[in-house]
Write a protein that binds this ligand. Structure first.
Ligand SMILES: Nc1ncnc2c1ncn2[C@@H]1O[C@H](COP(=O)(O)OP(=O)(O)OP(=O)(O)O)[C@@H](O)[C@H]1O
Ligand SMILES: [Mg+2]
Length: 262
C-alpha cells in the first residue's frame, strides 16, 4: 500500500510528487512503470530510493528531471533546474575532462575565469587533479564516473548560487566503482551536500549505501513502482545502522520475492 507523506507546507518542500503514474507504450504492449507515487522531498533533504531492478527508479528520476512526461499525476519543484547524474556516465567523448565538467557552467553563462576556478576545485574534490586535459576514453570507468560526479556537482552548486535551492538527482552513481573509491566519493558527496544544502534524490540498490548516505530511505515496490515503506535513518551509527540495514534489506527481499511469486 502506498504511504503518503504528511502534507508539508508549500515553502517547505523541494519536490512534491502526487499520484504520479507512468505508462510506456500502448495497448497490450503497455508497461506500467510507476503506479501512483506520492513523495515529497524537503529543502536540503537527502532521500535514497531503493527497489528491485526494473521497479521504475530511473523512470522516477527522469520524470523529476523533466526528461520524461508523466502519464498522470503532478510534479512540483521549488528548486532550480535539477542536476542529474545518470546510471551511465554520459560524458561528451569529444570534450576534455575540464570541458565536460564546465559544460553546465558554460551553458549557464558563467565567465571563463570563474569556470576555471570551479573546475580546478571540483577536480581536487573528486581526486582527479592532473587529468583535466584528457578525454573520457583515456580514463578508467571509475575515473569517468568521478568526472560525471564533478559535472553534476558543478551544475547543482551553480543552481544554488542562483538564489534558488539546488536539486541533485543521482542514479546509482557509484555502483560501478571499487569499494575504496566508492567509500571516498560517498564521503565527498556528503561533505558537498552538507556544505551546499542541496536536496538530493539518490537511487541505489545497495541498502547499506542508502542507510549510510540518506536521511530517509524510501522503498519502491517491484513493477509497477509504488512507495511501500520508508525509514528515517538520519544520524544512525554502529548497531542502529546495522539494524536499519537488516530491516530494510528484509523488506526489500520481501518485495522482490512477492513480485517473483506473482
Ligand atoms: N523508454 C521506455 N520504453 C518502454 N519501457 C520502458 C522505458 N523506460 C523504462 N521502461 C520500462 O519501465 C520499467 C522501469 O524501468 P526503470 O529503468 O525505471 O527501472 P529501474 O528501477 O531504474 O531499474 P534498474 O535498477 O535496473 O536500473 C521497466 O520495466 C522498463 O523496461
Ligand atoms: Mg535504473
Amino acid at each position: 500500500m502506498a504511504v503518503a507523506l504528511q502534507d508539508p507546507v508549500d515553502t517547505d518542500v523541494a519536490v512534491r510528487l502526487t499520484g504520479l503514474h507512468k505508462v510506456f507504450g500502448q495497448g497490450r504492449r503497455a508497461v506500467t512503470a510507476l503506479d501512483g507515487i506520492d513523495l515529497s522531498v524537503g529543502p536540503g533533504e537527502f532521500v535514497c530510493l531503493v527497489g528491485a531492478s526494473g521497479c521504475g527508479k530511473t523512470t522516477l528520476l527522469n520524470l523529476i528531471a523533466g526528461l520524461e512526461t508523466p502519464s498522470s499525476g503532478r510534479i512540483e519543484l521549488t528548486t532550480s533546474r535539477p542536476a542529474v547524474m545518470f546510471q551511465e556516465h554520459a560524458l561528451m567523448p569529444w570534450l576534455t575532462v575540464n570541458r565536460n565538467i564546465e559544460l553546465p557552467l558554460r551553458l549557464a553563462g558563467v565567465g571563463r575565469a570563474e569556470r576555471q576556478a570551479r573546475v580546478a576545485e571540483l577536480l581536487r574534490l573528486v581526486k582527479l587533479e592532473g587529468t583535466g586535459g584528457k578525454r573520457p576514453h583515456e580514463l578508467s570507468g571509475g575515473m569517468r564516473q568521478r568526472v560525471s560526479l564533478a559535472r553534476s556537482l558543478a551544475s547543482a552548486v551553480h543552481g544554488a548560487a542562483d538564489g534558488k535551492q539546488a536539486l541533485l538527482l543521482m542514479d546509482e552513481p557509484f555502483s560501478a566503482l571499487d569499494a575504496i573509491t566508492r567509500d571516498l566519493l560517498q564521503s565527498e558527496l556528503l561533505r558537498v551536500w552538507r556544505a551546499t544544502g542541496t536536496a538530493v534524490v539518490f537511487v541505489t540498490h545497495d541498502v547499506r549505501e542508502a542507510v549510510r548516505l540518506g536521511q530517509r530511505v524510501v522503498l519502491l515496490s517491484s513493477r509497477p513502482g509504488r512507495v511501500v515503506d520508508q525509514w528515517d535513518v538520519e544520524g544512525l551509527g554502529g548497531a542502529d545502522e546495522l539494524t536499519a540495514v537488516d530491516t530494510i534489506s528484509a523488506k526489500l527481499r520481501e518485495v522482490i520475492s512477492s513480485h517473483a511469486a506473482a
